[in-house]
Design a protein. Structure first.
Ligand code: CMX
Length: 446
C-alpha cells in the first residue's frame, strides 16, 4: 500500500497521542488498584478484566479448569451426546439442543434437529450474488460477515418486531433466526471456500448427512474430516460471554438488533488477530519456521531463538496466552488428542508439540503474559492443514461457524430473560487522575 499523506491534522493527532500516552501508562502502573466504584482504574483502562457484569448459563470458563458447556467439561460433553453412526464424535445438532436447553437430547430428539436444520439450510441466491460481487481476494471472514448481514432481510425477529410483539415473545423469533443461521452457515462457508480456492466448483449439499458430515462433503474433503468438523464446531462454540465475539453479539442484540446484525458484528470481532484470527497467525508462524529450517524440524534451542525473535520484534506469540485461562486450554488438549490418534507422525504436529515444550518457558522468561500456556488456536490449524485445508486465511471462518452455536444460543436466552440494553458508564482520563490522587472515587462524585 502507498504511504498515506501526512496532513497537518494527522501530525497534530500524532503529537497529541504521544503526549497523552504517559498519562495512561502512569494511571495503569501506579494507580491501577485504585477503586472507582466497583471496578479499579486498571480494569477501566484494561478491557474490564475480571469485572463480573455479564450473566450466561450456556457455558462457564474456569481459569484453571477451562470451559464447561452447561456444566459439562469437553470430554463429558463429547461422551454424553448422541454420536453420528460410524463416527467417534457427536451430532452438532444434538449439541445445539444441549446448549439451548441444558439437557442431553435423546437420539430421536437429535434427529429431529437434524431434520429441522435441513429444512432451514437453503441460502437465498442473492447472498451468493453478493459474495460473487466481492473481489475474490477479499478476506473470507469479510465474506462470511457480509453474507450474514446481507441475509438480514430474512429476519423473522425484525419482521415480528415491526408488526408489534410482546417482550415475552422476543425469544421465539430470535430462536427462529438463530436456528436458520446455524443451519445455513456451513453452506455459506463451504461456498466461500470453493469459490475462492477451488476454482469456483461448488459441491451441492447432501440432504442425507448431518451438519458435520455435510460440511465435509461440501468442502470436498474425505473422512475423517467430517469428525474434524464436528469436533471443531463444538470446541469453538462458546467460551462464556466476555470474549470479543460473544460479547459483541450480545451487545448488539441488546439493542434488539436481530441475530443477523448481531452475529455479523460478532464475526467482525472474531476476525481480529488477538481473537479468532490467531489460528491463521499460528499456521503462518509455524510455516515461517518450517521455511527458515528448509523443511527440517528445529531443535528446541533453535525454536527458542525463533520465539525470542518474534517477541523482540514486538509481536505476540500467536496461540499462546489468554485473558481468563491460566493453564493449557482443554480445547488445545482435545485437539492434541485427535492429532495423537490420527496424525502422530505429521511433522507439523511434532513442531506444534515442540512449541508447547519451549514456548511456555520463553513466555515466562519474557515476563509479560499472565498465562504462558497455549489456547485453542495453537493446535487447530495443524489438523486442517493435514486434511488438505492449506489455505489458512480460511481457518477463522471455521471458528465462526462453530462460534455461532454459542453466541446465538446466548442471544436467544437474552431475549427470553429480557436482558437490558447494555450501557456501561464512561469517565474521562482527567477524572481518573483526580480519583487516583484522592485514593479513589468518593460516592458523591459525578
Ligand atoms: N505473546 C507475547 N506477549 C503476550 C502474549 C503472547 N502470546 N500474551 C500476552 N502477552 C502480553 C500482552 O500483549 C500484554 O502486553 P502489554 O502489557 O505490553 O500490553 C501482557 O502480556 C499482559 O497480557 P495478559 O494480561 O497476559 O493477556 P491479555 O488478557 O491482555 O490478552 C490475549 C490475552 C489472548 C489477547 C493475549 O494472550 C495474546 O495476544 N495472545 C496471542 C494471540 C492469541 O493467541 N489470541 C487467541 C486467543 C484465543 C481466541 O480468542 O481465539
Amino acid at each position: 500500500m502507498n504511504e498515506p499523506k501526512k496532513t497537518s491534522l494527522k501530525l497534530k493527532l500524532q503529537e497529541k497521542i504521544e503526549a497523552f500516552r504517559p498519562r495512561i501508562t502512569k494511571l495503569n502502573k501506579e494507580f491501577g488498584n485504585v477503586q472507582i466504584d466497583t471496578v479499579n482504574i486498571g480494569q477501566a483502562i484494561g478491557g474490564a478484566r475480571d469485572v463480573r457484569c455479564l450473566v450466561t448459563d450456556i457455558s462457564y470458563l474456569d481459569p484453571q479448569e477451562g470451559i464447561r458447556f452447561r456444566g459439562k467439561t469437553i470430554p463429558e460433553t463429547f461422551a454424553a451426546l448422541p454420536k453420528v453412526p460410524g463416527s467417534d464424535y457427536p451430532f452438532v445438532e444434538g449439541f445445539w439442543y444441549f446448549l439451548l436447553t441444558g439437557e442431553v437430547p435423546t437420539l430421536a430428539q437429535t434427529l429431529e434437529v437434524v431434520q429441522d436444520f435441513r429444512a432451514r439450510s437453503q441460502v437465498p441466491q442473492y447472498v451468493f450474488d453478493v459474495l460473487r460481487a466481492m473481489p475474490r481476494d477479499t478476506h473470507p471472514m469479510t465474506m462470511l460477515s457480509t453474507a450474514v448481514l446481507a441475509m438480514q432481510r430474512e429476519s423473522k425477529f425484525a419482521h415480528r418486531y415491526a408488526e408489534g410483539m410482546k417482550k415475552n415473545d422476543y425469544w421465539d423469533p430470535m430462536y427462529e433466526d438463530s436456528t436458520d443461521l446455524v443451519a445455513r452457515l456451513p453452506v455459506i462457508a463451504a461456498y466461500i471456500y470453493r469459490m475462492k480456492y477451488k476454482g469456483d466448483i461448488q459441491i451441492a449439499p447432501n440432504p442425507e448427512l448431518d451438519m458435520g458430515g455435510n460440511f465435509a462433503h461440501m468442502m470436498g474433503i474425505a473422512r475423517p474430516y467430517d469428525d474434524v468438523a464436528r469436533m471443531y464446531f463444538i470446541l469453538h462454540s462458546d467460551h462464556e460471554s466476555g470474549n470479543v465475539s460473544a460479547h459483541t453479539t450480545h451487545l448488539v442484540a441488546s439493542a434488539l438488533s436481530d441475530a443477523y446484525y448481531s452475529f455479523s458484528a460478532g464475526l467482525n470481532g472474531l476476525a481480529g488477530p488477538l481473537h479468532g484470527l490467531a489460528n491463521q497467525e499460528v499456521l503462518s508462524w509455524v510455516q515461517g519456521v518450517m521455511k527458515k529450517m528448509g523443511g527440517k524440524l528445529p531443535s528446541d534451542e533453535e525454536l527458542e531463538k525463533f520465539l525470542w525473535d518474534t517477541l523482540n520484534s514486538g509481536q505476540v506469540v500467536p496461540g499462546y496466552g489468554h485473558a481468563v485461562l491460566r493453564k493449557t486450554d482443554p480445547r488445545y488438549t482435545s485437539q492434541m488428542e485427535f492429532c495423537q490418534k490420527y496424525l502422530p507422525d505429521y511433522p507439523m504436529f511434532k513442531l506444534v508439540n515442540a512449541i508447547y515444550r519451549v514456548a511456555p518457558k520463553v513466555l515466562t522468561a519474557h515476563g509479560k503474559t499472565k498465562n504462558p500456556w497455549p489456547n485453542v488456536d495453537a493446535q487447530s490449524g495443524v489438523i486442517q492443514y493435514y486434511y488438505g485445508l492449506t489455505e489458512y486465511d480460511f481457518y477463522t471462518v471455521l471458528f465462526g461457524v462453530g462460534r455461532a452455536l454459542g453466541v446465538l444460543a446466548n442471544i436467544t436466552w437474552d431475549r427470553g430473560l429480557g436482558y437490558a440494553i447494555e450501557r456501561p458508564k464512561s469517565v474521562t482520563t482527567e477524572m481518573l487522575e483526580k480519583w487516583a490522587l484522592e485514593g479513589g472515587r468518593k460516592p458523591a462524585a459525578g
